[in-house]
Ligand binder design. Sequence first.
Ligand code: PMP
Ligand code: GLN
Length: 378
Amino acid sequence: IQTKFPTMGTTIFTVMSALATEKGAVNLGQGFPDFECDPKLVDAVTEAMKKGLNQYPPMTGIAPLREAVASKVEALYGRKYDSASEITITAGATQAIITAVLAIVKPGDEVIVLEPCYDSYVPNIELAGGTVVRVPLTPGTFRPDFVKIAAALSPKTRAIMINSPHNPSGTVWTRAEMLQLQDLLAPTDVFVISDEVYEHMVFDGQLHQSAARFPGLAARSLIVSSFGKTYHVTGWKVGYVAAPAVLSAEFRKVHQFNVFTVNTPMQFGLASYMASPEPYLQLPAFYQRKRDLFREGLARTRFQLLPSEGTYFQCVEISKVSALKEDEFCKWLTSEIGVAAIPLSAFYGNGFDQRVVRFCFAKKDETLKAALERLAKL
Ligand code: PMP
Ligand code: GLN
């Protein structure tokens, strides 16, 4: 056939997970937990199914889940979203992000992405007919460079996509950085797609600086999150978008025709489980302990550890361990050492190689220890 996407490949996560399975490697590549979610959450979903809550829910998501999300966002970030007109339940963050892009980006519009960025952003912009404007995060620290972002703004800029806590680097934007973005955008009509899927994984007492906390940003933002990350159920693919009513209305125009609704029993299960804030309030401590366990082990190798302020990712610099390019190194590490990782070059359009790879530490302690035992040989 005459292919529409001649250069579009398979995602690095699929490639590395397949290689990890083939080689029997410990999979610290693709980001997903290898432990079970809270059985109470499974019970809540099962109960909903048994009650017969198995038909189409409303297009925007069931009211109790939208209300639970609105209450959580208000309690944590101090902004009140109207659950009827400003919260939409989505099929994970992936569908939320592409829907947001399709809803606001017109052919010829420019969209700023900060590289390295999550692998779906650029193809999403291209599918919408937009022009991708890549701005590098500061090399080495992965912090936003507002001089470069300001220089990238043009009359054609329609949106900027931001992501904190950041996949893959684990940086967490500070309040000062969010304020700088707010000031920079104040004289513009630029929208923000704020990918906050790791909002509940922020360490060392730092706070997640949701765009919802900043009125000047919230007014122009579609904020995306994912229950998959927060409740250890990445396979359920349920998330949400919080955005002012005018933006939510545009979002829903696309949402109703690309997925229409999201599975009903999961929504009821999540709504009743969200009645208690404990699970997400305990998440920072839960993952910080795993991060520390993993970092302690890595500190005994020749990898150079980068900071991990949030997310469930830890990046390391590999040059003292190997002279291979990042992607070759990840394949070698998976095949020969038995630990899968993700090359950072996969998060750059031009494959920029800075000799850094990403490990996921959302794993049982025994999995992390097994990986560390293998990495200790390096
Ligand atoms: N954004 C980022 C930054 C992510 O890391 C992920 C998950 N890998 C997603 C979006 C997609 O989330 P979901 O699985 O809910 O679609
Ligand atoms: N978000 C996960 C990661 O960064 C993977 C999701 C996917 O497989 N697309 O590892």
